[in-house]
Design a protein around this ligand. Structure first.
Ligand code: FE2
Length: 423
């Protein structure tokens, strides 16, 4: 880019300008000023007040200008304000200084004999985009100064400028930088706090969910005590249901609901009189009717508990048949919740392969034949199809893990490795 050749005011004019400023303020020095300004000359009303204490002490400022007397004047003014100032006569020297030291602010001339101020601005922002840069230029190049702000300069100073204007601009830039830093630090701290709190919340939810499941297991154990015939049945049927649901690519969140429904499917039996529940012989029609109430009773027990409300639907429908011949509502096909359709297969699988007082357990092959036979009537053919793809070894393994001493997963562990039983 073409930048018009810019030179600062001649030294004599700068000195005149600054001396005139002193006079206007009634503080002009009586000393001659052959070169760098004397401390007396720099003693401008307002400028001697300490700069903002937040920015004054630590601020390290780099002044870049190829005119020695301009550098010196700026340096003297800023040092008097308590800033630490380093000087550079061009772009190369400035970049060297930036490599070796860190600065809070850069003041740079735009057109210098060695290195362009705009190129320096770009280099600085490439390396440190948050470092404020004030461009110093002559009045007739205001368009270049404005352009430099579009490129990320914080502000510009037009030569000749008054010292208190210089001090005010520098202070504003440093305060801006500090505000940015504080905002960044605040944001970082906030992000850390949010991350930590999110993790705490996640952990608390996990603990809460675990507590729910422990409570459910206790409920299941209570039912086992009342209805010893089904001891272990709830846990096994839950494991089978989870395995089938996973094979059907049902989402983990939904599997959790289904697993709770499967585990608590017979919870309504708590309300069934012992003489019916434990009757060794065949139930009468009236007793059967009472027994069938266990679906609705279980549903009413659970639906009031928020985290079991969805699972209650499975409890209510777990005795429905795919062809509508089940109870309590005679629902047909997809009107039966998918969890209940999956459960139905798992329930029969466990019932056939478990001992009952009136018969011994049959094999998993026998269960397979029975499930195939009832596909489309009692069972959803889609669930049966998935069930048939799973080898009997997996069901055997799940069963032995639940009934054996070496249980390796909890009742509601939905991550049991269905596809890799040797894990
Ligand atoms: Fe049942």
């Amino acid at each position: 880019m073409l930048v018009p050749k810019l030179r600062g005011l001649p030294r004599r004019r700068w000195n005149d300008h600054w001396r005139e400023t002193e006079k206007e303020k009634g503080l002009a020095s009586t000393q001659a000023m052959p070169g760098a300004p004397s401390p007396a000359m720099l003693s401008v009303a307002g400028s001697d007040k300490p700069a903002n204490s937040k920015t004054r002490k630590a601020a390290h400022i780099l002044v870049v200008d190829d005119e020695a007397h301009v550098r010196s004047m700026i340096a003297a003014t800023l040092e008097r304000q308590g800033y630490e100032v380093m000087l550079a006569s061009g772009g190369r020297e400035a970049l060297d200084a930036l490599e070796q030291d860190s600065f809070e602010l850069i003041l740079t001339d735009i057109v210098m004999q060695e290195g362009n101020g705009l190129a320096l601005l770009e280099s600085i922002h490439d390396q440190n985009p948050n470092l404020p840069v004030i461009m110093v230029t002559a009045i007739h190049d205001i368009s270049v100064a404005i352009d430099s702000m579009r490129r990320g300069a914080y502000d510009y100073l037009l030569k000749p400028f008054e010292r208190d204007h210089l001090v005010a601009t520098v202070q504003r830039a440093l305060e801006h930088r500090q505000a940015l830093q504080e905002s960044r630090t605040y944001q970082q701290n906030l992000e850390q706090v949010v991350r930590a709190r999110t993790e705490m919340l996640r952990q608390a939810m996990e603990d809460l969910e675990h507590s729910y499941d422990v409570t459910l297991e206790a409920l299941g154990d209570a039912l086992d005590l009342k209805d010893s015939e089904t001891e272990g049945h709830s846990k096994r049927v839950t494991a089978y249901t989870i395995a089938l649901a996973r094979a059907m690519s049902i989402s983990p969140a939904e599997i959790k609901v289904i697993a709770r429904g499967a585990f608590l499917h017979d919870i309504g039996k708590m309300a069934i009189p012992d003489e019916i529940l434990r009757k060794p012989g065949k139930l009468t029609a009236g007793e059967q009717e009472i027994m069938r109430e266990h679906c609705a009773r279980g549903y009413h027990m659970l639906r009031k508990i928020p985290f079991l409300a969805e699972a209650a639907e499975i409890v209510f429908t777990h005795q429905e048949h795919y062809d509508g011949s089940g109870y309590p509502s005679g629902l047909i096909g997809s009107a039966i919740p998918v969890g209940a359709r999956i459960f139905a297969v798992a329930d029969t699988l466990d019932a056939i392969t478990s001992d009952r007082p009136y018969r011994v357990a049959r094999s998993f092959d026998a269960a397979r034949e029975e499930i195939i036979r009832c596909s489309g009537s009692q069972f959803d053919p889609a669930v049966v199809e998935v069930y048939l793809k799973i080898p009997n070894e997996l069901w055997l393994e799940l069963r032995s893990e639940i009934t054996g001493q070496n249980r390796r997963f909890s009742t509601f562990d939905i991550s049991h490795p269905l596809g890799s039983p040797k894990d």
